[in-house]
Design a protein around this ligand. Sequence first.
Ligand code: ADP
Length: 183
Amino acid sequence: MTRLIFLGPPGAGKGTQAQSLAQFLGIPHISTGEIFRQAIKEQTPLGTIAQGYLDKGELVPDELTQNLVKERLSQSDAQSGWILDGFPRNVSQAAFLDQLLVTINQNNERVVNLDAPDEIVVTRLLGRGRKDDSEDVIRRRLEVYRAETAPLIDYYRDRQKLLTVNGNQSPEEVSTELQKVIA
Ligand code: ADP
């Protein structure tokens, strides 16, 4: 049963890799960023709240995000494994997830840290052209990443759950390395 959390800075290629690995393994790819973007597009109540945060590169409030993940992991397709992409993004979310996974008997998760240097991720994000990929929003997302999300690398290393993959290579090379480390 594969349960993986993808960590890494915006632009490291988490989405691409998580998506194709999930498809290969036949398990859901759960991207909180995608869920928020879809909700914004559909103008749901969740989308209305999330929009202001995404537009600024800030994190959506923990409680809202945590409830969403709790709900999603309880769905039937998530009972045979999953890849979480973009969650947790800070230590409180990680502590919440630890507890949730124990409660629902899914606590065999491993964490893939997809690592890439700053200058690479900025260049990639500027070339991508998503709505929250303007230069100042990118800068803010990187600041939030460094301050809030990067500490999760030590958090999961301390808990012996951390695997590291070099994101600074071609998508095919990343996939190959990824398949090796999770085997
Ligand atoms: P990227 O990794 O390229 O920044 P994501 O799609 O993972 O893109 O996230 C986009 C935005 O969605 C974030 O900047 C944030 O506003 C929101 N978001 C995604 N996941 C979370 C989360 N776990 N907690 C709070 N906000 C989140």
